[in-house]
Design a protein around this ligand. Structure first.
Ligand SMILES: [Zn+2]
Length: 284
């Protein structure tokens, strides 16, 4: 299998969740072995920030990359999941804003646009990261994430437990393949409680947030008029985030991710554990 990049450039526009400002992403082809690299085109020296776990600087509400000069690119995870599933190894992505457009809170629109962009094979072998030994991270509440060897591709097991009866306990178990991604994962939106939305708005965040870009829960009610898009929309969105975050390893992972009540922070921590010892993995 060969490495892949975009054959032509492409553009996606939307609104940034926190700033409420228009944010534009422009995708360009990139050299083999260069990976996924964001460029802040709105800043004078156009700083480049590679989409790597080691550049993650904030994981509180999304996955946010940064460089040593404190330039950031946030909310990369949904786009990263799309690039992973399309098998795009190398791309330069210019962004006009510190945050990527939130779109409808899922990856569906980005996926639908990018899958129409022709790709180009690069005649340099694609490398996969094969997990050889189980690695894990457990937080102080006992919530655990692990990466273990898998015979084929990326497999994810995820469970969440929320007090709201409309979410409750949800699980996902499956191999991450493009048909499952397109139907069951990409359309699943980010979700939050109305009380959280009210608080974040009160402190000047999520200026662009509305029912058009998140699934908003209020007790046992979904405030969005169409309700949930999928009975397991919440856990499937966590799987979407995990796919995107795992791609900040810089490789397509051959491994089995098992996660219980975890998020962006844990995704980043388990990658740090994985890369802390070279005997945990091999590049194949
Ligand atoms: Zn998300």
């Amino acid at each position: 299998m060969f490495q892949t990049t975009f054959a032509i450039s492409a553009e996606i526009k939307g609104v940034g969740l926190h700033s409420g400002l228009e944010s534009k992403m422009t995708f360009y082809p990139a050299e083999p072995n260069s990976g996924i690299v964001f460029v802040r085109s709105d800043l004078p020296d156009k700083p480049k920030i590679p989409a790597l776990y080691s550049n993650v600087v904030d994981t509180r509400n999304c996955t946010c990359l940064g460089d040593k000069n404190k330039n950031i690119v946030s909310t990369i995870e949904h786009l990263m999941s799309v690039l992973y599933i399309m098998g795009v190894d190398n791309a330069i992505i210019e962004v006009s804003n510190p945050e990527l457009p939130i779109m409808d809170g899922s990856a569906e629109e980005i996926y639908n646009i990018l899958k129409e962009v022709p790709l180009r094979e690069q005649r340099v072998k694609k490398k996969f990261l094969k997990v050889l030994k189980e690695v894990s991270y457990t937080d102080d509440k006992g919530n655990k994430i692990s990466l273990a060897p898998s015979s084929h591709g990326l497999r994810i097991n995820f469970e969440i437990e929320f007090p709201s009866p409309i979410v409750g306990h949800q699980e996902f178990h499956g191999r991450i393949e493009e048909n499952i991604y397109a139907l069951e994962i990409a359309p699943c939106r980010t979700f939050c409680e109305k009380s959280q939305v009210d608080y974040l708005k009160s402190i000047g965040l999520i200026k662009g947030g509305n029912l058009g870009n998140a699934l908003v829960l209020d007790g046992d009610t979904v405030l969005n008029s169409g309700g949930m898009k999928h009975p397991n929309e919440c856990v499937n969105h966590k799987v979407l985030d995990a796919i995107g975050d795992m791609y900040t390893s810089g490789y397509s992972i051959i491994g089995e991710l098992t996660a219980s009540k975890t998020g962006h922070f844990h995704n980043n921590e388990v990658l740090k554990v994985l890369f802390s010892d070279e005997s945990n993995y091999e590049l194949v």
